[in-house]
Design a protein around this ligand. Structure first.
Ligand SMILES: [Zn+2]
Length: 258
């Protein structure tokens, strides 16, 4: 079994160095997880990697349908040949759900960053998409139950015998368990800081962001507001939210990076 990352040239505040597309080869053939953005040079490189690795071309899996992961699907199929596309939602050939298996992959639902988000386990390797990044943290999209669902997904991943994480953005993670612990601790630290900001009387979005997300650069503040909304939802669901807290307006799309 082989996993080869191909980095797309779409760096940015949300995508870090760019999107990592992965070519996965096992005894039965070759797959791509997240073709990435529709950038011709990237799709050429991905098609070349598929050809170099060789083996029957089995198709595409998507961790989620944000443009920086999914936009390249048609361009990749043009280059590599028609093959089924697998994802949790959208106009795809095969809809995947938690617990499914496909070729060498086991599917783990990892809602949080996007409601349709999936991670793929291959042996002791995790292809995490945007549920866990190689550095920094992800933003959580505030659909109902998103943050509690995300924390539960991190916990489920933590219980698997994983060795490494191949993330959607950022470098390979050599110690999967340590990274998953770090991610869970990060979210719980934010929650504790938010609870104390609320206890100190802060009620506006600006005051809460200034207090709890003070280190976040201006360009990421709207994403921090989205994550704040998910944290407030969780406290509300748990009946721990005081009255009179201003709630961030959430944009229509769950894909602010495109
Ligand atoms: Zn992404």
């Amino acid at each position: 079994m082989q996993i080869r990352g191909v980095l797309a040239p779409n760096p940015g505040p949300f995508t870090l160095d760019g999107t990592n597309s992965y070519v996965v080869r096992d005894a039965d053939g070759v797959w791509v997880v997240d073709p990435g953005p529709g950038i011709a040079s990237h799709l050429d490189a991905l098609a070349a990697a598929i050809a170099a690795i060789g083996g029957p071309w089995r198709g595409v899996l998507l961790t989620h349908d944000h443009g920086d992961h999914a936009e390249g699907v048609p361009g990749l199929l043009d280059r590599a040949g028609a093959a089924p596309v697998h994802a949790a939602r959208g106009a795809v050939d095969v809809v995947l759900a938690d617990g499914d298996t496909l070729g060498p992959f086991s599917v783990v639902a990892t809602p949080g960053h996007a409601p349709d988000h999936l991670a793929f386990v291959v042996g002791e390797e995790l292809l995490s998409g945007d549920s866990v990044l190689g550095r920094g943290s992800v933003f959580v999209w505030p659909t109902p139950g998103a943050l509690s669902g995300y924390l539960a997904a991190l916990q489920r991943l933590r219980e698997l015998p994983l060795r490494r994480i191949h993330p959607g953005h950022g470098p390979l993670v050599a110690d999967a368990h340590a990274k998953l612990d770090e991610y869970r601790a990060h979210r719980l630290t934010r929650e504790a800081a938010l609870i104390s900001a609320l206890a100190n009387g802060h009620r506006t979005i600006d005051a809460l962001l200034d207090d709890v997300w003070s280190e976040v650069p201006a360009v990421l503040r709207p994403a921090a507001a989205v994550t704040l909304a998910a944290h407030l939802d969780k406290l509300d669901e748990e009946r721990r939210l005081p009255a009179g807290v201003e709630r961030p307006a959430v944009p229509e799309t769950d894909s602010p990076e495109v």
